[in-house]
Design a protein around this ligand. Structure first.
Ligand code: SF4
Length: 211
């Protein structure tokens, strides 16, 4: 009887957010220990987070508490999207800048930011090979030999779209200011789950032309 009850217990998933997809050794070890003890499955998501599968509902709170004590932040507790990044410099010889550092700067700048609605994703690539998909993401940043380009309105899905390039040769400060401007514009539009591509042809969209 007990086996049957256990088999029927509902399971859920828990997503642990990682800035730039980076995992420190101590945290890695803590997650591995929980996975082993609770017999979970680990899935590394395309958003570069750690998703724990097969979490029994009755174990969820204990797992969250244990990992939160080790510094875990869970999906749903952080509003601002974390950027998906490629490895770039110095790990890729084509990289034009440090994508991990920019992802951290964005994360720090928007820490606690409340004026954000769902459905905004950010991707950063160290060069125009665009390995992290910045051209097909709501807001994409691409390194070039002369600075950073910014794209807006890209998406994947059944009908993929390439975003509009709205900024060229920018520095990181300018990129962060533009992200703030874009998410604020997005936040101020009516509707709950709007993708950027639906907004970029609005009459008042701040970047009407590709550059
Ligand atoms: S986008 Fe460029 S820098 Fe980044 S991993 Fe791909 S080739 Fe390397």
């Amino acid at each position: 009887m007990e086996d049957t009850t256990a088999a029927e217990e509902k399971t859920v998933s828990l997503t642990i957010l990682r800035t730039a997809g980076l995992v420190e050794p101590g945290f890695f070890q803590a997650v591995a220990e929980v996975v082993r003890r609770y017999n979970l499955t680990v899935y590394l998501s395309t958003a570069q987070n750690i998703r724990l599968l097969d979490v029994r509902e009755s174990d969820r709170d204990a797992i969250m508490k244990e990992l939160a004590a080790k510094g875990a932040r869970f999906k749903g507790t952080v509003k601002f999207p974390l950027a998906r990044v490629c490895v770039s410099r110095p790990h890729c010889k084509l990289g034009k800048f440090d994508t991990f550092a920019l992802a951290r700067r964005i994360s720090d700048h928007f820490e606690g930011w409340e004026k954000i609605k769902p459905k905004v994703k950010i991707a950063i690539s160290g060069c125009t090979a665009a390995c992290s998909g910045p051209l097909t993401t709501d807001i994409g940043i691409v390194g070039t030999p002369v600075g950073l380009d910014v794209y807006v309105g890209g998406k994947l899905g059944a009908l993929p779209k390439v975003g509009r390039r709205i900024l060229r040769r920018a520095d990181e400060d300018r990129v962060i200011a533009v992200i703030e401007e874009l998410v604020t514009y997005h936040y101020n539009q009516p509707g709950k789950k709007l993708r950027m591509f639906k907004l970029i042809n609005n009459d008042d969209f701040p970047y009407p032309e590709a550059v």
